[in-house]
Design a protein around this ligand. Structure first.
Ligand code: BGC
Ligand code: CA
Length: 340
């Protein structure tokens, strides 16, 4: 048997044992917090897309940057071909990217966006995500439509008829690009379109359902009947707020048509962002007015395609997703409501 045939046979044998190690690429996915409702459904879609040719290992940092750094060091020691990073502290990407550059390991960030100047430190670093501005604008558009579209002539959802929308804002984690930009952009959109918001309170509930549930108790106590709108930076917090509102009897089937809907007296519009499954259920049930889909299915596809190109060293210009400035793949948000 000549040498080449011998080599092929050997490889086939090793493959059948599942141990042709040099062929199987090791990909490590570092999550900021696996219990985050949005991240939980997002990362499962990335796992589902992983090709047989890669060995994908998931590591949960449980919201600790220290733990995530330790995991990173361990994986670098044991050997990794590509890192998919959802950082705990996005501003900490500076040292992480430099560390990966020193080991020559490519990295794809997602969901929590590093600073542009940090991404520039290493040519083998990218970000896959969505433009936070867009989600804030779409959330505002849904509300402006609901209130009749004319800022000078708000409809019956301006309950006290003062021409302003009395609003509660539930904000995500401070410093997260999505929390900061969604909040400023949703408010800015109303202003630019001539709608007057009267912001009763802005509460930080860190993307978390339970925290929003707790905070909503206080908010209802303080502002109760004055509230005309609840804008949440994500669905999880909107769901927490809704369960507290339901407990306090905010939602009643006042017209007796057998369901909760926006025709009911005292109904308050709550809006989220993400489009997670539980939110869609609440929209169907009439409690959540709408959401803006943070398209994790497309982001997962983009991450899978980019990973493959990076590992196989094929040109990024061949990807089905445009790579902007050699660094970014942007996925569009989509507004989501249902006809009542
Ligand atoms: C999502 C939030 C999520 C956060 C985590 C945001 O893009 O909208 O639901 O908690 O990312 O980083
Ligand atoms: Ca009003």
């Amino acid at each position: 048997m000549n040498k080449i045939n011998h080599f092929i046979l050997c490889c086939l044998f090793l493959l059948s044992l599942g141990s042709c190690r040099s062929e199987t690429k090791q990909v490590d996915m570092l999550l900021y917090n696996q219990d985050d409702l949005f991240i939980n459904s997002f990362y499962r879609q990335i796992v589902a897309m992983a090709e047989d040719s890669v060995n994908l290992t998931v590591h949960d940092a449980r919201n600790s940057q220290i733990l995530q750094n330790e995991t990173l060091e361990l994986r670098l020691r044991e050997g990794s071909d590509l890192m998919l990073i959802n950082p705990v502290d996005r501003l900490g990407a500076y040292s992480v990217i430099k560390r990966l550059r020193s080991e020559n390991i490519p990295v794809i960030y997602f969901n929590r966006q590093p600073l542009h100047k940090d991404l520039l430190l290493w040519e083998q670093s990218w970000y896959v995500g969505a433009r936070a501005e867009q989600s804030g604008q779409m959330q505002a558009d849904l509300v402006m439509d609901l209130f009749g579209g004319d800022p000078e002539n708000l409809n019956e959802y301006d309950r006290n008829g003062d021409g302003k929308i009395q609003t509660v804002i539930l904000k995500g984690e401070q410093g997260h690009q999505d929390a900061e930009i969604r909040t400023s952009e949703v408010v800015g959109s109303f202003r630019r379109n001539g709608f007057k918001l009267d912001i009763l309170v802005t509460e930080v509930a860190n993307w978390d359902r339970n925290e929003a549930y707790e905070k909503m108790g206080e908010i209802l106590k303080n502002f109760g009947d004055d509230i005309e709108l609840i804008l949440s930076n994500n669905d999880a917090m909107a769901l927490g707020a809704i369960s507290r509102m339901r407990q306090s009897g905010v939602f009643t089937d006042s017209n007796g048509n057998g369901r909760i809907d926006r025709m009911d007296e005292g109904w308050i519009p709550v809006l989220g962002i993400d489009g997670i499954e539980q939110a869609v259920e609440q929209i169907q049930a009439g409690y959540l007015y709408g959401t803006v889909e943070n398209d994790s299915a497309s982001m997962a596809r983009a991450i899978a395609a980019l990973s493959q190109a990076v590992l196989e060293e094929t040109p990024l210009s061949d990807l089905p997703f445009p790579v902007e400035d050699d660094k970014y793949i942007w996925i569009d948000y989509q507004p989501f409501i249902m006809e009542n």
